[in-house]
Design a protein around this ligand. Structure first.
Ligand code: GLU
Length: 433
C-alpha cells in the first residue's frame, strides 16, 4: 500500500465537539496504524462564520488531547486562493464548468456552476460497503462563488488532491457530499481516495448528539474534570470494536489495534456514565504525583499528594475530586465539632473516651515522625484498640482528628495530619471531655 495520508479538516465555526474529536481520533489511529501522515487544515470557505478564536480552540483542544497531526502548509483555505485559481479556469476550458448569473440579487456577479454529467456514482466505503447515488437531481450545482473563490466541495477536492490524501475518513453526515466531490475530482482527472464514513454519535434518545443534550465541546468535558486519556479511550470504543475483552487502552495501544473494518455501521449512543467509568479507571492509573499535579491545575490550588489514594477511590472526575477535598477533607485545615460527638452517639462516656485518648497519646508520642504512615500506625495502635474495644478506642480518636461522624479511618487521618497536629487535636479533644 502507498503511504497513507489522511486529513482532519474542521471548519473553524465553533468549538471542537466530541464528534469532531472522534473523527480526528479515527483518522489519527488509522494513520498511525499504517505509518502515515495526518494533516490538519482549516476549512474556512464560510468567511462569515469562520473565526480565529475557533481555530485556536481546535488547536488547544488537540494539544490537550495529545492527538498528533501535521499542520498543512497554508492551513487555511482562505490562504490558498492561488492554488484554486489554477483549477477553476481549467474546469471551464475543459467544458466541466461554466460561469452563470449569480441571481436576481447580484445581477453583475457571476458564479461558477459544475456541468453535471447526470450519472450514477458508486464507491466502496470502508465502513458502509458499496454506496450508490444518482447525481441527476443535484443539477448543475454551484462550485465557486466567483472565478477565484471556490465553495466547500471544490476546495475539499483540490486540497485533498494537493495534499495527496489517500483516505477520507469523516462523519456519516458527509456521505451525501461524496458523490458531488467524486464528480468534481473525475472532471479534474484526480485519483479517487478511499472513503470511510463513520457513524454519528447519538444521544440516549438516539437523535444526533447536540448541545440540547448537555456538554458537547472538549472544553466542557475538560471543565467537568475529564482527562484526555479517558475521553479518547471512550470515544475510540464508541463506534469501533477492538475485538477482544480489553476496554482500557492508551492511545498507542489503540493505534496498534485500529482497523476500519471494525468500525460499526450503526450510530453509537454516548453514555456519560460509561465515560465516567473510563475516567475513574484512567485517573487510577496516574501516579499519585501526576494525579496531584493535574488536580492542582484543575482546582487552581496545591493538592496534598497524600490525599490522592483516597481521592482515587472516591472520585470519577477531577471535579468530583476537588469537591471531595472541599466537602470531606476540610478538616485537614481545621476542625470544629460538638464534644458530644466524641461519645459515639451516647455509646461511650467521657471517662472512657478520656482514658483511651490518654493511652493513645502515649503510644503516639513514642512513634518517630518517619513512622507516621497509615500502615505503621495501624500496626502499633491496633493491638491496643483490639484489646480495649475498637469502637470505644478508635471512634473518639477519629472524631478528635476529623471532627466528623464519617471520615477515613483514623490511621489514614493520623498520617495525613502529621504527628504534631494530631497530638494537638487529641489534647484539645481530651480538654473538651
Ligand atoms: N469541514 C468539514 C467539517 O467540519 C469536514 C469536511 C470533510 O471532512 O470533508 O465537517
Amino acid at each position: 500500500m502507498a503511504k497513507v495520508i489522511t486529513r482532519f479538516p474542521p471548519s473553524p465555526t465553533g468549538h471542537l465537539h466530541i464528534g469532531g474529536v472522534r473523527t480526528a481520533l479515527f483518522n489519527y489511529l488509522f494513520t498511525a496504524h499504517n505509518g502515515g501522515t495526518m494533516y490538519l487544515r482549516f476549512e474556512d470557505t464560510d468567511r462569515e462564520r469562520s473565526k480565529p478564536e475557533f481555530e485556536q480552540d481546535i488547536l488547544d483542544a488537540l494539544a490537550w488531547l495529545k492527538i498528533p497531526y501535521t499542520l498543512a502548509d497554508n492551513p487555511r483555505q482562505s490562504e490558498r486562493t492561488a492554488v484554486y485559481q489554477k483549477y477553476i479556469p481549467k474546469l471551464i476550458t475543459d467544458g466541466h464548468a461554466y460561469e452563470a448569473e449569480a441571481g436576481k440579487e447580484n445581477p453583475d456577479k457571476k458564479v461558477v456552476r459544475f456541468k453535471n454529467p447526470n450519472k450514477k456514482i458508486s464507491f466502496q466505503d470502508n465502513v458502509r460497503g458499496e454506496v450508490t447515488f444518482d447525481t441527476t437531481e443535484l443539477g448543475d450545482f454551484v462550485i465557486a462563488r466567483s472565478i477565484d473563490e471556490p465553495l466547500y466541495h471544490l476546495a475539499v477536492v483540490i486540497d485533498d488532491h494537493e495534499m495527496g490524501v489517500t483516505h477520507v475518513i469523516r462523519g456519516e453526515d458527509h456521505i451525501s457530499n461524496t458523490p458531488r466531490q467524486i464528480l468534481i475530482l473525475e472532471a479534474l482527472g484526480f485519483v479517487r481516495p478511499e472513503y470511510a464514513h463513520i457513524p454519528l454519535i447519538l444521544a440516549p434518545d438516539r437523535t444526533k448528539l447536540s448541545k440540547r443534550h448537555g456538554a458537547v465541546s472538549v472544553n466542557e468535558y475538560k471543565a467537568l474534570g475529564f482527562i484526555p486519556e479517558a475521553l479518547l479511550n471512550y470515544l475510540a470504543l464508541l463506534g469501533w470494536n477492538p475485538g477482544g475483552e480489553q476496554e482500557l487502552f492508551t492511545l498507542d495501544e489503540l493505534a496498534k489495534e485500529f482497523t476500519l473494518d471494525r468500525v460499526h455501521k450503526a450510530g453509537a449512543v454516548f453514555a456519560i456514565e460509561k465515560l465516567k467509568w473510563f475516567n475513574r479507571e484512567h485517573l487510577k492509573k496516574l501516579s499519585d504525583t501526576e494525579y496531584a499535579k493535574r488536580l492542582g491545575e484543575f482546582a487552581g490550588k496545591a493538592v496534598d499528594g497524600r490525599l490522592v489514594p483516597l481521592l482515587k477511590e472516591r472520585a470519577a472526575t477531577l471535579q468530583e475530586a476537588a469537591q471531595t477535598i472541599d466537602n470531606e477533607f476540610g478538616f485537614l485545615d481545621e476542625v470544629s465539632y460538638d464534644p458530644e460527638l466524641l461519645l459515639q452517639n451516647g455509646k461511650s462516656t467521657a471517662e472512657v473516651a478520656s482514658l483511651h485518648l490518654k493511652a493513645l497519646t502515649e503510644l503516639l508520642e513514642n512513634i518517630p515522625d518517619e513512622g507516621f504512615t497509615a500502615a505503621q500506625l495501624k500496626d502499633i495502635l491496633w493491638p491496643y484498640a483490639d484489646s480495649q474495644g475498637r469502637g470505644p478506642v478508635l471512634w473518639p480518636l477519629r472524631v478528635a482528628l476529623s471532627g466528623k461522624e464519617r471520615s477515613p479511618d483514623p490511621f489514614t487521618l493520623l498520617a495525613l495530619i502529621g504527628k504534631q497536629r494530631s497530638l494537638e487535636r487529641i489534647a484539645s479533644a481530651a480538654e473538651k471531655l
